[in-house]
Design a protein around this ligand. Structure first.
Ligand SMILES: [Zn+2]
Length: 130
C-alpha cells in the first residue's frame, strides 16, 4: 500500500482552526501509525504517528492548547480547549517522542492508512505490578 506523502513541517490544524501547527515526523513517517488500547487512548480513539520532541511547532493558538495528565503524569496530552481535538502528546513509553494526531495533518484521510496496528497500551510495562 502506498501511503500519502507527508513532508517536513507539514501543515496541520485542530478542527476549529484555533491551533495551527506543523509536524515533522520521524524518518519512518506514516509507517509509525498506531492505535492504542490504554485507558485514555481507547476513549480518544485517534491514530497517532511518531515525531521527535521538536517535531511539532505550534504556530497559532498557544493559549488554546490545553494539557491533560493522569496516573503517573509522565505522558502529556495536549488538546484544543475550543473544539476538544487531540493535537499531540509526549509519550510515556518513550518521553523522547511525541505522538501526533494523524487526522490533523492537512490533506490526509486516516482511512488511507488502512488497517493500523495496535499498541499494547493496556499491558504497559509502567503499569505492571511486582
Ligand atoms: Zn480547536
Amino acid at each position: 500500500m502506498t501511503l500519502p506523502q507527508i513532508r517536513p513541517n507539514h501543515p496541520a490544524s485542530c478542527h476549529c482552526g484555533a491551533i495551527q501547527f506543523t509536524v515533522t515526523l520521524v524518518p519512518e513517517g506514516l509507517a509509525t501509525a498506531r492505535r492504542c488500547d490504554c485507558s485514555f487512548c481507547r476513549r480518544r480513539g485517534a491514530i497517532a504517528v511518531t515525531a521527535p520532541l521538536d517535531g511539532v511547532k505550534i504556530l497559532t493558538g498557544h493559549d488554546k492548547l490545553t494539557l491533560y495528565q493522569f496516573g503517573t503524569n509522565t505522558a502529556q496530552h495536549h488538546f484544543c480547549a475550543v473544539c476538544g481535538i487531540y493535537i499531540y502528546h509526549r509519550r510515556r513509553s518513550n518521553p523522547n517522542e511525541l505522538g501526533v494526531n494523524v487526522a490533523c495533518l492537512e490533506g490526509l484521510n486516516p482511512r488511507d492508512l488502512g488497517d493500523v496496528e495496535w499498541s499494547d497500551g493496556i499491558n504497559h510495562p509502567s503499569d505492571a505490578r511486582p
